[in-house]
Design a protein around this ligand. Structure first.
Ligand SMILES: NC(=O)C1=CN([C@@H]2O[C@H](COP(=O)(O)OP(=O)(O)OC[C@H]3O[C@@H](n4cnc5c(N)ncnc54)[C@H](O)[C@@H]3O)[C@@H](O)[C@H]2O)C=CC1
Ligand SMILES: CC(=O)C(=O)O
Ligand SMILES: [Mg+2]
Length: 371
């Protein structure tokens, strides 16, 4: 198969779909790999490294889209990219379609077969291709929140860890999955007072064991959310219902009851956000303020640390990517976990949560693949 990787074009997105090490594996499996010139610049991987791994460097993204049987990316395709996709081609990347009807329409019209990293599953009920970026974003969320809390950045002017004799800041983390756990580690490391809210009692129990009393856990009800959000200096939104739009757990009406200059970091923004007042921002302009509350809603947080993120992402995407390249569409029939990643195929939506969130028709993926 001919596998292609264009340079990412989203605002301040410096990750790349394939590392030279991944290219070497695809080439070792007998595939041709096309890399857009400069695609690896953000991870300090020049064209020569890709050539040494066996790739062919091409001069433009359009050549990658035109010649590749499978396009490997990081972020959801941008409007100029949808137009270049076609039937019979596989797109392997993050998509986050539930809150994005325009992109969904673009993909449906292209006829492409689109496998979304964020809905591929594993045997333990996890999301193995989302997890590495959730680890990065979870850790970054506290860094971003701490910075936004600085007075010059619009925040309360509070140091999360306090100092001897002065109380630390309070951090409320809504959603105790991968993002929530990593955020908690960082917030504890800074010395903050941390509460994690989740709807899963087994998850709260695991977190309680893991942190040995260093975090408070709360079952996530509207009342518990009110209490924690109103008391917090920093709130991190980290909930997920896989594939679906995020539930709005912090409403606009709650903002006036929060501390002035408190910070909301909505990591779940890529699924539409879990704060009613969130809208996606970019690394160029990451924050905005509503009712005295600073919002940070960057939808590609891991793009800020592309070296760490790209290697972590490739570690996870490589085995499934090789299966797709080796077998083509039958790889989806052969592996229910990879099949769970199929979101769009030849003009059909094949992920139920995506279809339901968008109010569109759902087609069983195995049935769609037969069509
Ligand atoms: N903005 C960015 O750059 C990035 C965003 N993300 C996003 O972060 C979000 C979280 O991802 P993960 O931690 O990997 O998901 P996860 O599935 O590991 O954890 C989500 C948690 O939310 C909990 N939850 C669901 N409904 C809840 C409710 N009403 N109240 C409290 N908890 C609730 C679940 O029980 C689960 O423990 C996702 O939307 C993901 O796409 C991930 C990476 C980067
Ligand atoms: C998961 C995601 O949206 C990201 O890594 O950018
Ligand atoms: Mg995103």
């Amino acid at each position: 198969m001919r596998v292609g990787c264009p340079k990412e074009i989203k605002n301040h997105e410096y990750r790349v779909g394939l590392t030279p090490a991944a290219v070497r594996e695809y080439v070792g499996h007998g595939h041709d790999v096309l890399i857009e010139t400069g695609a690896g610049a953000g991870i300090d991987a020049p064209d020569q490294d890709y050539q040494a791994a066996g790739a062919t460097i091409v001069g433009s993204a359009s050549e990658v889209f035109e010649r590749a049987d499978m396009v490997v990316k990081v972020k959801e395709p941008q409007p100029g990219e949808w137009a270049q996709l076609r039937e019979g081609q596989i797109l392997y990347t993050y998509l986050h379609l539930a809150p994005d009807p325009d992109q969904t329409k673009g993909l449906l019209q292209s006829g492409v077969t689109a496998v979304a990293y964020e809905t591929v599953t594993d045997a333990r009920g996890g999301l193995p291709l989302l997890a590495p970026m959730s680890e990065v974003a979870g850790r970054l969320s506290v860094q971003a929140g701490a910075r936004a809390l600085e007075k010059a950045h619009g925040g309360r002017g509070l140091l999360l860890g306090g100092v001897p004799g002065v109380a630390p800041g309070k951090v409320a983390i809504i959603g105790g999955g991968v993002v929530g756990k990593e955020a908690a580690k960082m917030a504890i490391g800074l010395g903050a007072e941390v509460t994690i809210l989740d709807r899963s009692i087994p998850r709260l129990s695991d977190l309680d064991d893991l942190f040995e009393g260093r975090v408070m856990t709360r079952f996530s009800t509207p009342t518990a959310i009110d209490e924690c959000v109103f008391a917090a200096d920093l709130v991190i939104g980290a909930v997920l219902i896989p594939g679906a739009s995020a539930p709005k757990l912090v409403t606009k009406a709650m903002l006036p009851h929060m501390k002035k200059g408190a910070v909301l970091v909505d990591v779940a923004i890529d699924q539409g956000g879990c704060f009613e007042t969130s809208h996606a921002t970019t690394h160029a302009e990451p924050t905005f303020e509503i009712d005295g509350v600073v919002h940070y809603c960057v939808a590609n947080m891991p793009g800020a640390v592309p070296i760490t993120s790209t290697h972590a992402l490739n570690n996870a995407t490589l085995p499934f990517g090789l299966a797709l390249a080796d077998k083509g569409l039958p790889a989806l029939n052969a592996d229910p976990h990879l099949l769970a990643g199929l979101n769009v195929h030849r003009g059909l939506i094949t992920n139920r949560a995506v279809a339901d969130s968008l109010g569109q028709e759902f087609r069983e993926p195995l049935e769609a693949l037969k069509a």
